[in-house]
Design a protein around this ligand. Structure first.
Ligand code: HMG
Ligand code: MG
Length: 306
C-alpha cells in the first residue's frame, strides 16, 4: 500500500459537530474546549460559523468565541462564511481563514443556503475577493459530492463543475463534503479519478460523514490516491442540519488512531486528544460515539489518561 508519511487533520467539531447538537453548549464551555484542542497538536480548528443565527442558533455566539479563545501559534482558527454579511462579522473578530460553502446538487444547495447553484456563484465570488483583499486564506467546501438527500446520486462531473468555479474565484483549498455518509471506496475512487485530472492533490481535502460506518475505508482509499488533508470531529460529533439523517463527521480520535498505527504522522498527541474529548463530552452531557471514546469509558479512567 502506498501511503503518505504525514497528513493534516482539520478539526471541524466546534463548527460541524456543535451545529447539529440539540443541546446548546455554553459559550464558556466551547471556549474551554477549543483551548484544549489547541493543546493537542492539531494545526487547524474550524471554530464556528457566521451564518444567519436563525438558521444555526447553536453557533450564534461565533464572535464571542473567536474573541475569547487563546490563539496558539501555528494553529489556524477558521470559520464558515456564507456571504458578505458573514464575512464582515468574521473579519471584525479577525478570523484567520474563511470557509465558503455550497453544494454540487441543487436540492441541498437550496435547502442549506436558500439559493440555486447559479445564484450562489456571484455571492461567493464577492466573499473570496474581499477576504483576499483583507489578506485571508480562503477554503471552499462543496457538499453532496457523492449523493444528495433530495436529488439522489451526484456525478463526479457535477462536482468538477462546482470545483472549477470555486477554484477560479481564487480559493486556496477545496474540501469535498460527503455530507450524508453513504459513499464506499469505489465511488470515492471515481470521484478522485475525475478531480485529480484537473486539480492538485495538495489542494483537495476530504470531509466524510460517517452515517453508515464507511468513512475510514473511504479515507484509506483517498490516502492511496494521494490526498493528505482530512476533516474530522472529535468523538464523531455532528451532522448537517439541512441533510436529514446525516450523522457526524468521522471521529478525529478514530482517524488519528488509524493514521498513527499506519505509521503516518499527524503532529497530534493522542492522549491530549482523548482528554479534550472528555471535556466536550462532559459539557454536552452525552456520550460521544467514537470507538476510542467507547474504549475509554469501558476501561474506566482509560489507558490514555494515565
Ligand atoms: P437568506 O434568508 O436567503 O438570507 O439566508 P438573505 O441574504 O436573503 O438575508 C435575509 C436576512 O438575513 C437579512 O436581514 C440579512 O442581513 C440577514 P434583514 O435585512 O432581513 O434584517 N443575514 C445575515 N445575518 C447574519 N449573518 C449572516 C447573514 N446573512 C444574511 N451571514 C443564508 C441565506 C446563507 C444567510 C442562510 O441560508 C444561512 O445562514 N444558511 C446557513 C446554513 C448552514 O450553516 N448550514 C450548515 C453549514 S454547511 C455544512 O454543514 C456542510 C459542510 O460541513 C460540508 C459537508 O458536510 O458537506 C460544510
Ligand atoms: Mg459536514
Amino acid at each position: 500500500m502506498k501511503l503518505p508519511k504525514k497528513v493534516t487533520v482539520k478539526e471541524v467539531g466546534p463548527r460541524d459537530g456543535l451545529q447539529n447538537e440539540k443541546e446548546r453548549v455554553a459559550t464558556e464551555d466551547k471556549i474551554a474546549w477549543i483551548d484544549s484542542l489547541s493543546e493537542t497538536g492539531v494545526s487547524y480548528i474550524e471554530v464556528s460559523s457566521f451564518v444567519h443565527p436563525k438558521w444555526i442558533p447553536q453557533l450564534a455566539d461565533a464572535a464571542e468565541v473567536l474573541k475569547a479563545i487563546k490563539r496558539k501559534k501555528g494553529v489556524t482558527y477558521a470559520a464558515l462564511v456564507p456571504n458578505i454579511r458573514g464575512l464582515d462579522r468574521a473579519l471584525e473578530v479577525d478570523v484567520d481563514e474563511v470557509s465558503i460553502f455550497m453544494s454540487a446538487s441543487e436540492g441541498h444547495n437550496r435547502s442549506n443556503i436558500n439559493k440555486s447553484i447559479e445564484e450562489t456563484y456571484p455571492i461567493l465570488g464577492e466573499v473570496v475577493k474581499e477576504a483576499k483583499q483583507a489578506g485571508k486564506r480562503v477554503r471552499g467546501y462543496v457538499s453532496t459530492v457523492i449523493a444528495c438527500p433530495y436529488d439522489g446520486p451526484v456525478s463526479p462531473s457535477q462536482v468538477r463543475t462546482v470545483a472549477d468555479q470555486l477554484f477560479s474565484m481564487g480559493i486556496d483549498e477545496l474540501s469535498l463534503g460527503e455530507t450524508i455518509g453513504v459513499a464506499v471506496p469505489t465511488q470515492v475512487e471515481q470521484l478522485l479519478d475525475e478531480l485529480l485530472l484537473h486539480f492538485d492533490s495538495e489542494k483537495l481535502a476530504m470531509h466524510f460523514h460517517d452515517t453508515r460506518g464507511t468513512a475510514l475505508a473511504n479515507i484509506v482509499k483517498s490516502l492511496e490516491m494521494g490526498i493528505t488533508i482530512f476533516d474530522s470531529s472529535l468523538g464523531g460529533l455532528g451532522g448537517c442540519p439541512y441533510a436529514k439523517g446525516a450523522s457526524g463527521n468521522v471521529a478525529t480520535d478514530d482517524l488519528v488512531y488509524m493514521l498513527h498505527e499506519l505509521g503516518i504522522e499527524t503532529g497530534i498527541d493522542f492522549q491530549s486528544l482523548m482528554k479534550s474529548g472528555q471535556l466536550i463530552e462532559t459539557a454536552l452531557g452525552k456520550q460521544l460515539k467514537s470507538r476510542q471514546m467507547d474504549i475509554l469509558r469501558a476501561e474506566g479512567r482509560g489507558e490514555y489518561l494515565e
